[in-house]
Structures are given as structure tokens and as C-alpha cells.
Design a protein around this ligand. Structure first.
Ligand code: AKG
Ligand code: FE2
Length: 259
């Protein structure tokens, strides 16, 4: 008997991220992605379009993803700490993309405790971690960057280049870190505002291993993001987070060229 599509998809997911696991973590079972626990999406107070899914990948899925990255050999000689792919992504990245879409579709939204969820909220566009026109574009992502950071290394405050469309995903692996979101100020070239006074609000987000953040709209265009892993800067709840190696996978979509 021929395998049906569901069976083939199940096997591909299993190969990419492992079978339904008995390990901890709220991530969905790869073997039966639609019947397992729901991913929880947290909105970030004050930053429209920024969503965090802490338990996106289970521990087992994280280690399978790290092995897939390692098998690419991008970082094996130690001389590179960043790899980029455009167009046809490796199969594991295509599966990761599918996981992102699935997590958005099947996830549950949780607003910060300090924010009362109103009746209007239930129907507002902001209740979806990714606007539907972005969620259903094809492909969802066609560019990936994997970054490897040794202790002390991070990334300067930036807004991702305008050559990338709206809707950016970052998956974190290995060491946890704090990413700061810094509101763009008038005149720094990112807001399009001129001469208006804006305060440079900084909001820290803890990126734990296996977490996923999605940035769209204001979070993508009107806030910079930064990881400063120099001593004294990785503070969370008053304590400094011990830094080890951190790996991340950023997924984006290139804008169509004008031609
Ligand atoms: O490594 C990360 O978590 C962030 C990477 C990033 O912001 C970028 O490559 O533009
Ligand atoms: Fe970035």
C-alpha cells in the first residue's frame, strides 16, 4: 500500500525534529503535531507585533536542530560565526518554517498579566502572532541566517535591512540571553519621523533555549534589537545570566526585486 501524504509528512518531521518525545517542555509532538500540547504565545507589553513562544522546541528538538546545523559544516573550522542561505533552504529549515506556521495556527495567546484582555482584544488583529497575509505567503521564509556567539559576543542594536519583508522569526538555541528592544528615535533613519521627540525606551526579553520570537509591524520597523553579552549587561530579574555559546536561526523573506 502506498504511503499517504500525512505519513510522509510525519516521517519528514520525525527525521528533522525527532519523534514525540518524553522529555520536558511544552513543545508539540513532532510525530503528531496537531494533537499535542498547544504552544503558548506571549505578547510583549509596549511592543506591538512582538511575540514570544518559549516552548517552541522541546529539548530533544533543540538538540536535533543543533545537529542538523552542525552537519552543514558551516562552523566546523571555527573561522566563521555566521552562515546565510537564500532561496532553497536546507530541508531542516523548511521543516522549521513549517513548525513556525503550525505554532502560530495552533497556539494560544496569553497577554501579560499586567494587561487586562478586553472584549475587543479577542477580535483584534493583535491577537494573532503573525498577520494572516504574512502567515500564508509562499514561501513563508526564503532566507536564513545562523549565528553562533561565543561568550561575550552579541549583536549591535539594529533594525533588519529593508531588503527583507515584514515578518521575521528568531529561534534561540543553547545559552539563554537577554535581547533588548530599543525604540527608534526620530532622525535615526528608521522611523520616517522628523524632529519629533521620542524617548529611547528599552525593553528586555529573555530568549531561552528553544524559544521563538516573531517580529512584525512596529516591532520589525520601529524598534531595534540588540544582544549585549559583555559582562554586566545580561541581567534578568536582578541576576546576571551565565553566558555560554549561543546559536540562533533567523528566518526572513526577501523583498521582491523591482524588476
Ligand atoms: O542572533 C539573534 O538572536 C539575532 C540575530 C539578528 O538579529 C539578525 O541576524 O539580524
Ligand atoms: Fe536582526
Amino acid at each position: 500500500m502506498e504511503e499517504d501524504d500525512t505519513e510522509i509528512q510525519r516521517r519528514v518531521l520525525e527525521e528533522a525534529f525527532g519523534e514525540s518525545s518524553d522529555d520536558e517542555g511544552p513543545a508539540r509532538s513532532a510525530a503528531d503535531p496537531f494533537l499535542s500540547k498547544k504552544p503558548i504565545w506571549e505578547s510583549v507589553n509596549g511592543i506591538k507585533g512582538l511575540w514570544l513562544c518559549r516552548g517552541f522546541l522541546s529539548i530533544k528538538q533543540q538538540s536535533l536542530l543543533l545537529s542538523a546545523i552542525e552537519r552543514e559544516g558551516w562552523f566546523s573550522d571555527g573561522s566563521h560565526n555566521q552562515a546565510m542561505r537564500f532561496g532553497d533552504l536546507p530541508e531542516w529549515a523548511t521543516e522549521l518554517t513549517r513548525f513556525v506556521r503550525e505554532a502560530v495556527c495552533s497556539g494560544e495567546v496569553s497577554f501579560e498579566a499586567s494587561r487586562e484582555s478586553t472584549f475587543e482584544d479577542q477580535y483584534a488583529e493583535e491577537t494573532c502572532p503573525l498577520p494572516l497575509d504574512l502567515l500564508w505567503r509562499e514561501p513563508l521564509f526564503d532566507q536564513l541566517i545562523s549565528n553562533v556567539y561565543e561568550p561575550g559576543e552579541g549583536i549591535c542594536a539594529h533594525v533588519d535591512l529593508m531588503r527583507f519583508e515584514d515578518g521575521i522569526a528568531i529561534v534561540s538555541l543553547e545559552s539563554a540571553c537577554v535581547m533588548h528592544f530599543i525604540q527608534c528615535e526620530a532622525g535615526d533613519g528608521h522611523t520616517g519621523l522628523q524632529g519629533e521627540e521620542t524617548s529611547s525606551t528599552r525593553i528586555p526579553i529573555l530568549l531561552s533555549p528553544g524559544s521563538l520570537i516573531l517580529m512584525s509591524g512596529e516591532a520589525r520597523y520601529l524598534w531595534k534589537h540588540e544582544i549585549n553579552r559583555r559582562p554586566g549587561h545580561q541581567l534578568w530579574e536582578g541576576k546576571e545570566i551565565g553566558q555560554q555559546r549561543r546559536t540562533s536561526v533567523t528566518l526572513r523573506k526577501l523583498c521582491k526585486s523591482p524588476s
